[in-house]
Design a protein around this ligand. Structure first.
Ligand code: NAP
Length: 285
């Protein structure tokens, strides 16, 4: 069955290379016209140009979603009439909640993915920075992946099926909700979070508010978002966070689907997260 790819950007193109490696038929979604050529360069210098055929307007039974979270609803809405009753949607994004409120078919199945792989635009090409862990799973904590995912996993370096994807997403989101806005607003690399008392104080406030909320949502929440955020900031000290990169490029950020997602959950519970609210107000969404 054909995969449609919504969002042939950095991560989408990298995953497209795995789909092609797995000999899975692939088409762009929402982008018609002639095939698009994308060149990927791996860290050791290997280079590969992919030919991604334009949208065919056919029914969509397998959709990989790798748009930025804030672009997803607008990109997906025109495609809704083409989704089959049992469409498989694979959402590989840092932000949470980008499909909320969309009238998806009742029988659709959503696979959530998170990745610590990295790929960035380098002029006309896409530089693969690292192929690290990718976790895929669903909200039902299904013990096995659907067949289409099982067929893909052997061709996707570092990818595995995960039976607690929600916990893993929240662990990643909570760290991102600390590192991303602080590094974006201070225009600093991730490591600068660790060596400045004012930024540390900001980080601690964001982390403690996130932990208070997530503990309400999940009594088994492990907490210590502050410790985890500092460890990630140290391990990626020289890196530029994606939110800082978006802000520098004059683009909208994923803030509404990172800190904003936390705020929406807090609002439902009548909790206030003042530090997160400040960040959401300060960054373009
Ligand atoms: N890049 C990374 O290393 C990385 C790592 C981990 C997680 N992520 C997550 O992966 C997601 C994607 O990030 P990215 O860096 O790959 O972003 P990106 O390079 O900006 O890719 C997004 C793509 O979506 C396309 N798009 C936007 N609106 C569309 C529409 N209406 N129809 C079809 N395509 C549309 C864009 O096309 P145009 O350019 O033509 O608008 C762009 O190619 C984000 O949630 C990010 O947090 C990224």
């Amino acid at each position: 069955m054909t995969w449609h790819l919504l969002g042939a950007g950095n991560i989408g193109t990298l995953v497209a290379s795995y789909l092609i490696q797995a000999q899975q038929p692939l088409r762009l979604a929402g982008r018609g016209g002639p095939p698009v050529l994308r060149t990927l360069i791996w860290p050791q210098g290997a280079q590969r140009t992919l030919t991604l055929p334009g949208d065919d307007d056919a029914p969509i039974s397998q959709l990989l979603i790798t748009t930025k979270a804030q672009d997803t609803a607008a990109a997906l809405r025109p495609l809704l009439p083409r989704l089959t009753d049992t469409v498989l949607l694979v959402r590989l994004q840092n932000g949470l909640g980008s499909l909320d409120g969309l009238p998806l078919p009742d029988g659709s199945r959503i696979i959530e993915g998170i990745t610590t792989s990295g790929a960035w635009r380098d002029g006309p090409r896409i530089q693969v920075v690292a192929e690290n862990d990718t976790l895929l799973g669903d909200a039902d904590a299904s013990p096995e992946p659907p067949a289409a995912i099982a067929a893909l996993l052997p061709h996707w370096p570092g990818a595995r099926w995960c039976t607690d994807i929600r916990r893993q997403q929240w662990l990643k989101l909570s760290v991102n909700a600390v590192i991303n806005p602080i590094t974006a607003l201070n225009d600093c690399p991730n490591g600068a979070l660790c060596d400045d008392p004012a930024r540390q104080q900001q980080a601690r406030a964001l982390a403690e508010e996130a932990d208070a909320l997530l503990r309400r949502l999940d009594p088994d929440w492990p907490g210590d978002t502050y410790g985890r955020a500092l460890a990630v900031a140290q391990a990626t000290a020289a890196n530029m966070s994606s939110m800082r990169a978006d802000l520098r490029a004059g683009q909208r950020t994923e803030i509404a689907f990172i800190n904003g997602w936390l705020l929406r959950q807090a609002d439902r519970l009548g909790m206030s997260l003042p530090s997160h609210r400040l960040m959401v107000a300060a960054l373009p969404a």
